[in-house]
Ligand binder design. Structure first.
Ligand code: MF3
Ligand code: CO
Length: 253
């Protein structure tokens, strides 16, 4: 069952989403060569608590940190550690916050210092693919329309689409129905209805889309070690489209 959220619930989801957005903005100036991912995690933890929320990921299925920090060939679920960021890295930071029982979930990829043109290309088109997917979000469209649009765009730009990891519904649980794959067939899957809340999160690669999981049982990376980027927003389906919940109070992305 895909739940339809009430106006009260959407307001709380938006508050949670806004805290996620503010946490991204707070971290951004710290994303520089020399900082460790554990330091970023601590900054995020303190910031989320200060804003009256709790980090959604901490303890989720035993996840040990507040945010996920996935560097270069790492796709998702990188665990913050003593490893320092280096000039030329790209880092996907995934943040979840829970406010009064409701979650927000958003990931963004950042450049560390000066990055290659290839890395810029990957980031630019992965971000664009998120908006291409969002463009399909309106009542009457189906989940398959979103994935179709994302994978068509990615393929056209020679980027690999990771299929094992998907977006999801969001509410009083960080992961709810439905699954929102980044590939699909137009006109298939659950029908979108006003009040549904979903997270769309394309993960694209410069090389092969095959992935493997590391010995820490969390970090997922590309099998061929190619760079990967990840962008995610939580959105609510409105009467004629969607509204981003994990943006700024004045509609900033
Ligand atoms: N945003 C991530 C996702 O949707 C959630 C991370 S789950 C955690 O997959 F377990 F790593 F916390
Ligand atoms: Co997510």
């Amino acid at each position: 069952m895909i739940s339809i959220k009430s106006e009260r619930e959407i307001a709380l989801l938006e508050k949670a989403g806004n805290i996620v957005y503010e946490t991204h903005k707070y971290l951004e100036p710290f994303i520089k060569p020399g900082i460790t991912t554990a330091e970023l995690d601590k900054l995020a933890y303190d910031f989320i608590l200060k804003n009256g929320a709790t980090p959604s990921f901490k303890g989720y299925e035993g996840y040990p940190a507040s945010i996920c920090t996935s560097i270069n060939q790492e796709v998702v679920h990188g665990i913050p550690s003593k490893k320092k960021l280096k000039n030329g890295d790209i880092i996907a930071i995934d943040i979840g916050a829970c406010y009064k029982g409701y979650h927000g979930d958003s990931a963004w990829t950042y450049a560390v210092g000066e990055i290659t043109d290839e890395a810029k290309y990957l980031m630019e088109h992965t971000k664009k693919s998120l908006y291409i997917g969002l463009n399909e979000v309106k009542p009457g469209n189906r989940i398959g329309d979103i994935g179709f649009a994302i994978s068509e765009y990615a393929t056209k730009h020679n980027l690999g689409v990771i299929k094992e990891l998907v977006g999801h519904g969001v509410g009083t649980n960080i992961h709810e129905e439905p699954d929102v794959p980044n590939y699909g067939i137009k006109g298939t899957g659950p029908v979108l209805k006003e009040g549904m809340v979903i997270a769309i999160e394309p993960m694209l690669t410069l090389g092969s889309p095959e992935i493997c999981i590391l010995d820490d049982d969390w970090t997922i990376e590309t099998e061929d070690y190619s760079l990967s980027a990840h962008y995610e927003h939580t959105v609510v389906v409105t009467n004629n489209g969607y509204k981003i919940l994990t943006g700024g109070k004045n509609g900033e992305e």
